[in-house]
Design a protein around this ligand. Structure first.
Ligand SMILES: [Zn+2]
Length: 143
């Protein structure tokens, strides 16, 4: 029995990686700027340390809340778009099939194959096909 070809990819992890890189960079730059600013005012060592720690804590909380709000707004937008697509599919199935076929034609399939692919994918999971190929929303990259 043949075994499935298996590959490991990391594209699904880009969300938290991007947030981690942005957060770390922001934490370093803002904390260093704060420490340099306080130090240049000839503060005592303890005050500089306090400013650095306070800046680090404030920056961490701000970045965490900011990332949560950012991801939540993306997830809300994706949910709303998927719901809009569900309504389009209920209202105009042939039009949506033609829309999907046009997407596949633009990707290089000939017209009859594009129509057949659209028909079979919509028979299998119409909303999934439109979410992925029309809206660009996939399990791998969604918020
Ligand atoms: Zn559609």
């Amino acid at each position: 029995m043949p075994t499935l070809h298996r590959e490991d990819h990391y594209i699904g992890r880009t969300g938290w990686l991007r947030a981690a890189v942005l957060g770390a960079n922001d934490g370093i730059v803002s904390t260093a700027s704060l420490v340099v600013g306080v130090a240049s005012a000839r503060a005592h060592h303890a005050d500089i340390l306090l400013a650095g720690i306070a800046g680090l804590v404030a920056g961490s909380m701000s970045m965490a809340a900011g990332e949560y709000v950012s991801v939540s707004s993306q997830a809300d937008t994706e949910r709303a778009d998927i719901e809009r697509e569900r309504q389009h599919l209920a209202a105009d199935d042939p039009g949506e099939r033609e829309e999907l076929a046009a997407i596949y034609r633009s990707r290089g399939l000939d017209p009859s194959l594009a129509r057949e692919v659209a028909t079979q994918l919509m028979a299998h999971d119409a909303l999934g096909a439109h979410s992925r190929d029309e809206l660009g929303i996939s399990d791998t990259l969604s918020a």
